[in-house]
Design a protein around this ligand. Structure first.
Ligand code: ATP
Ligand code: MG
Length: 221
């Protein structure tokens, strides 16, 4: 099977220490994979590299057959919008925009007209159960609701790769299971590659594979 994500000898130093050291692994297209590891082990660092929000100090990152890490900023932004959805640990919603506008934003970056973008965003909000909050600002939502908006925004472009940093960390059990059900269905039915940081062993067991980040390395767990 073709790899959609490959890391070759990737090292990332932060604050004078190697958070990731000579990391190599590949994910076949369509795989679902949990990332586990202690707090501070480098899970978000790893996701930020794969999500092209950060660049390795050494090594190569190949996304969908293209050398991605060394590309210039414009090219990385294009790849992010075309290929990737990202659910951040801290949501990163834009406070001045409504819920609907936040979800529609990645579509506007693609040049989709406002009316269509809003319509598509509305459908995506329904899928995470937040359509009734479409006009709210992020500040007027609960933590779990913000998390679901972030998930809707990441999914609205129908990305081939979804990177999710503890996407259900703030959700109650039932809502979390609903979100994981949505993500695993997209993984199976749309062949969306799913790479998800989680502290929950039950969530990790729902994935095809589990990677452990420890002591700067990434290992099959
Ligand atoms: N900008 C930075 N400058 C210096 N050190 C950093 C920076 N960003 C992260 N680190 C360090 O890198 C290490 C890994 O951080 P990272 O956020 O990847 O951990 P994590 O595995 O996602 O943890 P958590 O489970 O708590 O989210 C931590 O020790 C952190 O202090
Ligand atoms: Mg983290």
């Amino acid at each position: 099977m073709t790899s959609i994500i490959s890391l070759h000898g990737v090292t990332r130093r932060l604050g004078g220490e190697a958070v990731l050291q000579d990391v190599s692994f590949s994910l076949p297209a369509g795989q679902s994979c949990a990332i586990i590891g202690a707090s501070g082990s480098g899970k978000s660092t790893l996701l930020n590299l794969i999500g092209l929000l950060d660049q390795p100090c050494h090594g190569r990152l190949v996304l969908d057959g293209n050398e991605a890490a060394q590309a210039d900023a414009d090219q990385r932004a294009i790849t992010r919008n075309r290929l990737l959805g990202f659910v951040f640990q801290s949501f990163n919603l834009l406070p001045q925009l409504s819920v609907l506008e936040n979800v529609a934003l990645p579509l506007s970056y693609r040049g989709i007209r406002l009316a269509s973008a809003r319509q598509i965003a509305k459908v995506q909000l329904e899928k995470v159960g937040l359509e009734p909050r479409a006009k709210y600002r992020p500040a007027d939502l609960s933590g779990g609701q913000r998390q679901r908006v972030a998930i809707a925004r990441a999914l609205v472009t129908e990305p081939r790769i979804l990177l999710a940093d503890e996407p259900t960390g703030n959700l109650d059990g039932d809502t979390a299971r609903g979100i994981i059900g949505l993500l695993t269905t997209l993984n199976r039915e749309q062949f969306m590659t799913l790479l998800m940081v989680t502290h929950d062993p039950a969530m990790a067991r729902c994935m095809d594979r589990c990677l452990l980040v420890r002591n700067g390395g990434v290992f099959d767990a």
